[in-house]
Ligand binder design. Structure first.
Ligand code: ASP
Length: 347
């Protein structure tokens, strides 16, 4: 008799645990590599010289057992690379997979290297077609380090992706207990865990004990209100970035980019988008002859770049790497400089 009631109790417990688990949000983790999946044999105090993209998605998930208390987790390995080697091919694969998955899950987390996280985040912000949360997360210290930041960051990202509060906020980056909108977030420090900032607009929220708190929103159109769609695209238009600097005396780099097939050039200008006169002439000719779209951004790291009214366009306050993303997407729709300028004014 005692045995039977114990059995009934155990069955009841399992049943209610299963019911509870089913009520948790479904969050898919798509892993792409980076330091969050980084490992070294050199010991816990070592935070450089490790191999990024060494651990698999299952290892990342298993390292944080608390995840099963906040979400029904599935994991997929999209690639396993250092994000400094990110490619358009991975972006297109990610975008398509996310758009498919969001029909059945409640939110998505992408584990990603921090180096180019801001670019992937902005790209996805413009091509994901859902208001469900999409969150990028990474780490500054490899998984083998003392006080590795990856596990807590991953926990926060899953909590955010599974939260109804995060719906309609666009693609976000969750790092160091802070939530950033994809458009303005940027990596500002080579080593520190507090590297991510949003210099033009600030963070949009924080995550405390697994609960997101929002204080601001991305003001520019994103996801469901964005006109860009990469479904069916096999490649993206080629856009390169030029840097301007003192004694920058030639058009060599710009010419080489054009010869290699660039359809657009973003210039990391000095100050409010200034370009050294020794290369400006060539860039103006390119714009005038409609050989390429030339967009002025700034190497300062923040601030608005005005239009120079010389045929070149202005990137608003997007940094050069973000301006490149937007120009690539704009060129999937049009080659008309006026329309492309309106896209920069809008997004
Ligand atoms: N190089 C690494 C990467 O971007 C850095 C990191 O993840 O923090 O993949």
């Amino acid at each position: 008799m005692k045995k039977i009631s114990l059995l009934v109790l155990a069955m009841l417990f399992c049943f209610s645990a299963a019911v509870y688990a089913q009520q948790l949000p479904k969050v898919a983790i798509l892993a792409t590599g980076g330091t969050i999946a980084g490992s070294t044999d050199a010991g816990g105090t070592v935070t450089t010289g490790y191999k990024a993209g060494a651990l698999t998605v299952d290892t990342l998930i298993n390292a944080v057992p608390e995840l099963t208390k906040i979400a029904q987790i599935t994991g997929e390995q999209i690639c396993n690379i250092d994000s400094s080697n990110m490619t358009d091919e991975v972006w297109l694969k990610l975008a398509n997979r996310i758009n498919t998955l969001l029909q059945t899950v409640d939110g998505i987390v992408i584990t990603h290297g921090t180096d180019t996280m801001e670019e992937t985040a902005f790209f996805l912000n413009l091509v994901v077609k859902s208001n469900k949360p999409v969150v990028l997360v990474g780490a500054m210290r490899p998984a083998t380090a003392i006080s590795a930041d990856g596990p807590k960051n991953l926990y926060n990202a899953v909590a955010l992706a599974g939260s109804p509060l995060a719906k309609g906020k666009g693609v976000m980056v969750a790092m160091d207990d802070t939530i950033y909108g994809a458009r303005d977030v940027t990596k500002t420090n080579t080593m520190l865990t507090s590297t991510f900032k949003a210099p033009n607009s600030g963070a949009i929220g924080t995550i405390i004990d697994g609960t997101p708190h929002f204080y601001a929103a991305q003001s520019r159109p994103h996801t469901t209100r964005s006109e860009f769609n990469v479904a069916g695209l096999k490649s993206l238009p080629k856009v390169d970035i030029l840097y301007t600097y003192s004694n920058d005396g030639s058009k060599v780099a710009a010419e080489a980019f054009i010869k290699a097939g660039a359809k657009g050039l973003v210039v990391a200008g000095s100050g409010a988008g200034s370009i050294h006169e020794n290369q400006l002439g060539y860039l103006r000719e390119l714009a005038k002859n409609k050989q390429a779209i030339v967009v002025r951004s700034s190497r300062t790291g923040s601030g608005y770049v005005p239009n120079a009214n010389d045929g070149t366009l202005n990137a608003d306050n997007l940094n050069p790497q973000k301006a490149r993303v937007l120009l690539m997407l704009a060129l999937t729709k049009t080659n008309d400089p006026k329309v492309i300028q309106s896209i920069f004014d809008k997004y």
